[in-house]
Design a protein. Structure first.
Length: 223
């Protein structure tokens, strides 16, 4: 079955161009010009990946909304207005899995889509148990004592990376490289903000302690 892509792009020419090229490369594509239209399409079509231009739309996808049932973990690539480092960081902090600056080459976008789809298609049977936490890579679900915890795509990758060796201290540089693809740390709070959100989501009881900050070094999953 072809992978489905929602292209949420306000510029008609860009939206139509991406639709044509992606269809030629075997994808099922639907386009949206407005935020609400894009959200409705993500909910109704259950795409494999979303391309979008607006950071607020990315945040709405990740946060969810009352009465809506779209997949908050759907892989997202932001087509940024520029290569500005600040815009890239903001996109990642709002839950983007990848960021590509305009003007971009279609071949590079296609390669990034395929790479993202490979990363999110985890091998069958890959289940990690770490204390009271279970990470199921094939379904991309995390449970704490049988309670499902909803995580964004990057939050899931962070938990899965930490859970693979739950008592190891993973350095900030390693996590930024392995989870976000950063070649250097730079001046970003992406990791800290994601770790904080994950810690709160996983803490179902007062005694729960997950995603431990080892000051000046990095993070480990368990005490």
């Amino acid at each position: 079955m072809p992978s489905a892509v929602v292209v949420a792009e306000p510029e008609p020419e860009t939206r139509e161009y991406l639709g044509r090229q992606l269809r030629d490369d075997g994808f099922d594509v639907v386009g949206a010009a407005r935020r609400n239209e894009a959200l409705e399409l993500v909910e109704s079509t259950r795409p494999d990946v979303v391309l979008l231009a607006e950071l607020d739309l990315c945040l709405r996808l990740r946060n969810g909304e009352p009465g809506r049932t779209w997949d908050r973990n759907v892989p997202v690539i932001v087509l940024a207005s520029s290569s500005d480092h600040v815009e890239r960081v903001r996109a990642l902090e709002r839950g983007a899995d990848d960021v590509l600056a305009r003007p971009f080459a279609y071949d590079e976008l296609l390669a990034r889509i395929r790479a993202l789809l490979r990363r999110t298609a985890a091998p069958q049977g890959d289940v990690i148990v770490a204390g009271d936490l279970v990470v199921d890579r094939p379904t991309r679900r995390v449970r704490v004592r049988d309670t499902l915890v909803v995580l964004s795509a990057k939050e899931f990758e962070l938990v899965a990376t930490l859970a693979a060796n739950p008592y190891k201290v993973h350095t900030k540089a390693d996590l930024l490289r392995d989870v976000w693809g950063f070649k250097s740390m730079g001046r970003t709070r992406t990791l800290e903000s994601h770790a904080s959100r994950v810690r709160k989501k996983l803490r179902l009881d007062a005694d729960d302690t997950f995603v431990v900050n080892v000051w000046g070094v990095g993070y480990r999953l368990l005490e």
